[in-house]
Design a protein around this ligand. Structure first.
Ligand SMILES: Nc1ncnc2c1ncn2[C@@H]1O[C@H](COP(=O)(O)OP(=O)(O)OP(=O)(O)O)[C@@H](O)[C@H]1O
Length: 495
């Protein structure tokens, strides 16, 4: 990083507004240099990855604003430190190259690396995979535990500038319903950058920015996904691993991208798939809990699983509980973040400010994933109908659609679906409110999805990893997901 001439400022009024949100200081670079003995303040080196193709193609414009803001605070970025993705998948190459540069001998092998990512979730996903996933690992035999994450990850600080369509990770970190992050404010895309700049400024004066959120470096939640033969590979996720409706609708939504560039394409695609059910089972293990709508708290899940069909195993494996959840499923996601769109809150307990959020101390430093599922056969009338003829089963699926819409309505209503319970006599298993939950939520360390794969039905086998679709194949392959990160050695993001 070196100071360069003042970049283009597309919108001076916006720049002034952003500067007014920062504490006054003569030069942040001076401040950073003068306090370089402290790791938190050591001189940061900035690199930028920009996806010009993401979302509504606003990444270049956002970068002009971000660059101007950095420049105004004495932290300009050389053009050679800015990488633009040139095609799909390019983010991974750039992430790999950054790791190689940062792991070399000399100065770059230590100290802070600040990475500004301008794109959507897909861009973040690609860059982090290239940056963090090292070694060939092995999925067979030793399982996904053979994998290694780059040991230098703890030196990397990410600044997110949302430029995609959904920007789930960004809105998870800066929820638009929070008074601190009003979605229509000019600063809305720059909260992460502002936090970083606040962190290296002199302490705020009592009158200046006392209402600003305290800048925090938050470890990014990550999961390692192992895909089966014949194309075994590992992928890191930062948002979601999913199957069933979520994966199927993303498949159809991709075909709608050209005609419907905004998030409405996801709703159209959901309507095309909402009456489908997915056969298979989910295996949960590690530290395992289940949400109880009666007490609005986590309860231990071992010994208390209730599946509508299929095997149930509540055994303890020495590393926590192990439970098998039988299908069919109408909805199934393993979420790392609270939401998949700004106000589509699928896993509310992931939200950093929620009382049931993952908590490094309470969780003993163990990372987690929240599994959110809808199993139609937990609804007694639906289960009764589904036991009949093929035609009855079709009617059962159609009849259950309104339940799925009701749950997704709750997702758009701040995440209220987690407290939706069946009425008296409606639940297939009457075991208190926990048994009557329409939508089940578990928190686990490891999740395995074992679908009943059908040769002639791609959607029965599809999984979605941060928006990227994968076919598990027709030969009985499963998706294994393991929570990683969340600790001191993780990549962290400015919030
Ligand atoms: N120059 C490019 N041309 C075409 N595609 C690109 C280019 N650079 C990156 N891509 C691809 O663009 C895709 C979309 O990017 P990204 O996911 O960041 O935006 P989005 O889909 O609009 O947002 P979100 O994932 O937040 O909904 C990525 O899958 C990436 O591989």
């Amino acid at each position: 990083m070196a100071a360069v001439s003042k970049p283009d400022v597309g919108d001076d009024a916006l720049l002034s507004k952003l500067l007014s949100l920062l504490p006054p200081t003569s030069s942040l670079a001076d401040t950073a240099r003068s306090t370089s003995s402290s790791p938190a303040h050591s001189h940061p080196r900035l690199s930028v990855v920009l996806n010009p193709h993401a979302g509504a193609r606003q990444a270049e414009a956002s970068w002009r604003t971000a660059a101007a803001l950095l420049h105004a605070r004495g932290l300009s970025v050389d053009e050679e430190a800015v990488s633009r993705t040139e095609r799909a998948g390019d983010g991974e190459r750039i992430g790999r190259e950054l790791r190689q540069r940062w792991s070399g001998d000399g100065e770059r092998a230590q100290g802070r690396e600040v990475l500004v990512v301008l794109g959507g979730d897909g861009t973040v996903h690609e860059v982090l995979n290239g940056l963090l996933l090292v070694g060939s690992g092995g999925i067979g035999g030793g399982g996904e535990d053979d994998d290694t994450l780059w040991e230098g990850a703890g030196r990397v600080e990410v600044i997110l500038v949302p430029a995609g369509t959904a920007n789930a990770l960004y809105h998870h970190l800066f929820p638009p319903e929070s008074p601190s992050y009003p979605p229509d404010a000019p600063a809305a895309p720059f909260h992460s950058l502002l936090s970083f700049l606040r962190s290296i400024s002199s302490p705020p004066s009592p009158s200046s920015t006392s209402s600003s959120p305290v800048p925090t470096l938050l470890p990014l939640p990550l999961a390692l996904n192992a895909l089966p033969s014949p194309c075994p590979r590992r992928t890191l996720t930062t948002v979601v691993s999913s199957a069933a409706l979520h994966a199927a609708l993303l498949h159809d939504a991709e075909e709608l991208r050209a005609t419907h560039p905004g998030v409405e394409r996801f709703k159209i695609a959901a309507r095309q798939n909402v009456d489908r059910w997915w056969e298979g089972e989910v295996r949960l293990s590690g530290r395992l809990r289940r949400y109880d709508p009666a007490t609005r708290a986590w309860v231990p899940a071992a010994g208390s699983p209730r599946a509508s069909s299929g095997a149930v195993d509540g055994a303890t494996d020495g590393d926590g509980a192990r439970t098998v959840i039988g299908g069919p499923f109408a909805y199934l996601v393993a979420a790392l973040v609270s939401r998949f769109e700004p106000s589509f809150v699928v896993a509310p307990f992931r939200s950093p400010s929620h009382p049931l959020a993952p908590h490094p101390e309470r969780d003993g430093g163990r990372p987690s994933i929240d599994v959110v599922a809808i199993r139609p056969l937990r609804h007694a009338p639906t289960a009764a109908l589904a036991r009949g003829s093929e035609e009855d089963r079709r009617r059962a699926r159609e009849g259950f659609v309104e339940r799925v819409w009701s749950v997704t309505g709750g997702m758009y209503d701040g995440g209220s679906h987690v407290d939706e319970v069946y009425g008296e006599g409606e639940a297939a298993e009457e075991e208190g409110a926990e048994g009557r939950a329409v939508c089940e939520v578990w928190r686990a360390e490891r999740v395995e999805w074992v679908p009943v794969a059908k040769d002639d039905d791609l959607k029965s086998r599809l999984v979605c990893l941060d928006g990227v679709l994968h076919d598990l194949g027709a030969s009985g392959g499963s998706l294994r997901v393991r929570a990683v990160g969340g600790g001191l050695s993780s990549v962290r993001v400015w919030t």
